[in-house]
Design a binder for this molecule. Structure first.
Ligand code: RP5
Length: 178
C-alpha cells in the first residue's frame, strides 16, 4: 500500500510515534544527543540514562536519540555498580522523588548496574547489555537477564540502546495517557 492508499483514520500502532531511524540521523538531532551525553544538567528529566563507564557513551547514544525524537527529556550520568556503588545508590534512591519515570541502565562485562538500580528504585529499569571485549556480550546479557525474583529489570538485546529508548518512551506515553 502506498501512502496515498493508507487510511488516514486508522488508529496508530501502540506507543509513541517515533520516526524510523532509517539513514543517518540529522546533524541537529545528533548535536542535541551528544550535548546531553556531556552530562549537562537538564530541566525536569523524565528518564535517567545511566552507564557504567564513559566508554559506554557511544553505545548508549541511540537511547538518547529515540527519547529526543519522542520529545521526552532525559539526563545522562556515568556511575558504576562496582566502582562507585554509593553514587548509584544515591542516584537511584532519589530518582523517583526527582520526577524520573524510568531508568535506562547500560553496562558491559559483569553488568550489575541495572540490577542494582532496580534494587534501589521502584521505577521501571531497562537494562542494556553492552558488548565487551570477550564472550560476545553474553556476560552482560546474562547478568542483566538473570535477575532474581522480586527485582525486575527489562533486558534489551546486546547493544540494544535504541529499543531501551523506545521502551522508555512507551512507558511514559502510557503514564501520561492515564
Ligand atoms: C562496565 O565495565 C562498564 O559498563 C563497561 O562496559 C565495562 C568496562 O569499563 P571500562 O574499563 O571501559 O571503564 O562496568
Amino acid at each position: 500500500m502506498n501512502e496515498a492508499e493508507a487510511d488516514p483514520t486508522a488508529t496508530p500502532a501502540r506507543g509513541v510515534a517515533i520516526p524510523e531511524a532509517g539513514g543517518d540521523p540529522t546533524p541537529d538531532v545528533m548535536a542535541e544527543v551528544e550535548r546531553a551525553f556531556e552530562e549537562i544538567e537538564v530541566d525536569s528529566p523524565l528518564v535517567g540514562i545511566i552507564m557504567g563507564s564513559p566508554n559506554d557513551k557511544p553505545k548508549m547514544q541511540p537511547a538518547g536519540k529515540a527519547l529526543h525524537e519522542a520529545g521526552i527529556s532525559y539526563e545522562v550520568r556515568v556511575m558504576s555498580a562496582h566502582r562507585t556503588p554509593d553514587v548509584v545508590a544515591d542516584y537511584c534512591k532519589n530518582a523517583q522523588m526527582r520526577g524520573l519515570k524510568a531508568i535506562i541502565a547500560g553496562a558491559g562485562m559483569s553488568a550489575a548496574l541495572p540490577g542494582v538500580a532496580a534494587a534501589y528504585s521502584s521505577l521501571p529499569v531497562i537494562g542494556v547489555p553492552i558488548l565487551g571485549k570477550s564472550l560476545n556480550g553474553l556476560d552482560s546479557l546474562l547478568t542483566i537477564a538473570q535477575m532474581p525474583p522480586g527485582v525486575p529489570v527489562a533486558c534489551m538485546a546486546v547493544d540494544g540502546a535504541k529499543n531501551a529508548g523506545l521502551f522508555a518512551a512507551r512507558i511514559i506515553e502510557l503514564a501520561q495517557s492515564s
